[in-house]
Design a protein around this ligand. Sequence first.
Ligand SMILES: *Cc1c(COP(=O)(O)O)cnc(C)c1O
Length: 425
Amino acid sequence: MPDDIMDTARRTAQELDRRDPLAGYRDAFVIDDPELIYLDGNSLGRLPERTRSHLHDAIDRGWGRNLIRSWGEGWFDAPVRVGDAIAPLIGAAPGQVVVADSTSVNLFKLALAALEHQAPRTKIVSDEMNFPSDLYVLQGAARLRGVDTTLDLLQPASDGIHADEARLRGAIDEDTALVVLSHVTFKSGYMFDAAEVTDRAHEVGALILWDLSHSAGSALVELDAWGADLAVGCSYKYLNGGPGAPAFLYVRTDLQDELVSPIWGWFGQSSPFGFDLGYTPTEGIRRFLVGTPPVLSLLAIEEGVAQVHHAGMPAVRAKSKALTAYLMDLVDEVLTPLGFSVGTPRDPARRGSHVTLQHPDAYRMSRAMIDAGIVPDFREPDNIRLGVAPLYTTFLELCEAVERIRHIVEQRQHEGYGVDRAAIT
Ligand SMILES: *Cc1c(COP(=O)(O)O)cnc(C)c1O
């Protein structure tokens, strides 16, 4: 009987791939092993084919031939240029996004600047579904601000999958300085109603900071339309910027000159080559830069961002929803009877671009999946994330992945693995 289900699922997948308006984008990426089902684009996106020549040019011509002259031929402006290229993908007008540092460092800079701006308010609101690094950064920021600064961490709804937005609204009050949330949460893939939460923060005079790491390049983000104050996010996930690519940050225009970055460096100075002994922040978004950017990693982002831009965010989001819906339906039919459950919101308006499978033996299962040619990632305690990247994931790959997982369970292959965690999962 399951074979009938799989036959039908396969035909459906082939039909969906045939009708997919983004199908051609897969060829724009390096697919080194066509048998490998890569479902981890939410941790490290694939290499865009054109990034190879772009980087070769940066190395051979930019560094090799032009040497330091390249700073005046595109390197110095790159943080703003790449920021402005990312801006339309997150609903931001130009001049509000810059690329620098890591997401964690950008969060630190913006959180401290916001807390200072909001004094005497001292309360930060976030939630337990947020990415731990973000929570560490906020704990550190609170410590630096002083003893009366508090971090209120909301618990998720009782299913552990959805946020409790009613409780969140209640927690954002007149004492709240800053609300920090991941627009799409890293574990369940829950997506907040960002416009509504932003409104709530503003109703009581709080600032809001969205972490867009799991949404940039996969979900519709409308920072300007939401009225968001601040945002940060990764460029190496759905923007395919490459390992260690610097992150982006957003500060809405009219807030830029009111905020003071806590790290004063020459790239944020009004005249970096004046070598004044005193620090005067430059105008606009550049004031959130610190020091010399990692130029090669920064330039590596450009082609990945251009691909997403070319495909268009509405089409990207439509395919992301279709992929996750297809996958969840098939998991319900084939894997739920085998002991899995779906740990991701059912409502497409409330979920991002990954589907989390829960299984009591999730760690060993994820190890067996990797050996079966499926790359997911494992998140404690029992979550296997299957990330779908709209530009290169196919419906047929999802069908094939479910079939391989079913095979693992039926053959009990996962039982041959140890439960000791590898250093990197
Ligand atoms: C991936 C991710 C990060 C990564 O932070 P880095 O400082 O770039 O390592 C931060 N926040 C969230 C929500 C993420 O998903």
